[in-house]
Design a protein around this ligand. Structure first.
Ligand code: NAD
Length: 373
């Protein structure tokens, strides 16, 4: 029977991509090996994995040695490990790091990167980016609320009335919409901006105000994603956002463009115009950040404004993120086992397949490698 191995994530990542219920879901289709303590940071004990039917393995080396199919969250440096003949499944983000593909160009190795899953109805249950985005947006609001000097909801008490906090959310994709929903639940007054005007309705349905800036490039062929905008347009957006940022208590930025540096939306000048005590949470920090002052995983204070750039924010809700990812991964694995005969014709499998039998085969990634990115 097929042997699936679950690698323990590095210590700065508390999550796992397969929970004990994921192990049960794969029963009958594969033997599951789990590296000892792989689920510990997310609240899943070794005992729970054993009870679900997994075999525990003590080291990364033993896990790799015993598995045909290896699961991890992100890219791992396995240059000194024997990985020939294995298939790797993870969220490898090759669009931003195409050079990492070279690590897998070895005899018989195949790699599926789940961040390349198409945004189609068929692939919805495998959509890892939605899972990570939802948790990140939620967590960004909690982080901001915790750092803020003021309460979020309107509170009336004997000492007077505290007005509700004003939130500005930049980017209204999965993460931005979840940030809006969470901020609204806490009682904030929320405004949001996205370059995709199609998101206006979603923003408004959550009770937030959509900020309109005319003239965005809307590429219908981009699969619902944003396309890179001209510098002239981005400057117009910055002028408009300047006023909004000055009035906000919290700014949450989530804007990304697949394979490109995150657009610069909050300039240093805007931060200088913000209120003392205001908070910026920039969850696009891992791809360059939307705020000019963002330092990945650092707290920057400028003009009494706190700027946070967490790059692994989804890891702080490790149980919930792992729960969602495990469902995404098991859906993908089940689909792969059912459709692997037609790998190159299948719309989901051909989109995620980056390395096949040791060769780089994905056109999107090859195009980036060709540009030396
Ligand atoms: P993402 O993480 O790539 O980007 C986040 C948001 O940033 C996007 O809404 C994008 O438009 C916005 N953005 C980019 N450049 C910007 C700029 N200069 N200024 C302001 N905002 C900017 O996106 P995502 O959250 O993964 O969602 C991308 C699309 O995929 C959305 O249309 C979403 O509705 C869609 N989606 C579809 C499915 C499905 O059909 N199964 C699932 C999830 C998401």
């Amino acid at each position: 029977m097929l042997r699936i191995g679950v690698l323990k994530e590095p210590t700065d990542h508390k999550l796992t991509v397969l929970t004990p219920s994921g192990v049960e879901r794969l029963k009958g289709r594969a033997v599951v090996l789990v590296q000892r303590d792989a689920g510990r940071g997310a609240g899943f004990t070794n005992k729970a994995y054993e009870e679900a039917g997994a075999e525990l393995v003590d080291s990364e080396e033993a896990l790799l040695g015993g598995s045909d199919l290896v699961l991890s969250y992100g890219h791992r440096d396995l240059r000194n490990r024997k990985i020939e003949g294995k298939t790797f499944i993870g969220i490898f983000n090759f669009l931003w790091e195409p050079g990492h593909v070279d690590h897998y160009l070895r005899s018989g190795v195949s790699v599926h990167s789940l961040d390349l899953i198409p945004r189609s109805t068929l692939a919805q249950s495998m959509d890892v980016l939605s899972s990570v985005g939802s948790i990140s947006g939620y967590q960004a609001v909690l982080l901001a609320a915790e750092r803020s000097l003021a309460t979020v909801p309107m509170i009336t008490s004997a000492g007077g009335t505290l007005r509700p906090a004003k939130f500005l959310v930049m980017g209204a994709g999965v993460a931005g919409l979840q940030a809006i929903a969470t901020a609204r639940r806490l009682g904030a007054v929320v405004k949001a901006y996205d370059v995709r005007t199609a998101s206006r309705e979603e923003v408004e349905s959550l009770g937030a105000t959509f900020i309109e800036v005319e003239g965005a490039v809307d590429d219908k062929s981009a699969g619902g994603y944003a396309t890179q905008q001209t510098e002239e347009f981005l400057e117009r957006v910055r002028q408009r956002i300047h006023e909004e940022a000055a009035a906000a208590d919290v700014v949450i930025t989530t804007a990304r463009v697949p394979g490109k540096r995150a657009p610069l939306l909050i300039t240093e000048d805007m931060v200088m115009g913000m209120k003392p005590g205001a908070v910026v949470v920039d969850i696009a920090a891992a791809t360059g950040g939307n705020c000019a002052l963002t330092e990945p995983d650092q707290t920057v204070v400028r003009n009494e404004v706190t700027i946070l750039g967490p790059t692994r924010i989804e890891s702080s809700c490790a149980y919930s993120t792992s729960f969602l990812l495990s469902n995404n991964y098991t859906s993908f694995i089940t689909y792969l086992l059912d459709h692997q005969e037609k790998l190159s014709e299948d719309p989901i499998l051909s989109a995620t397949l980056v390395v096949q039998d040791g060769h780089s085969v994905n056109q999107r990634i090859l195009a980036l490698q060709g540009t030396g990115k």
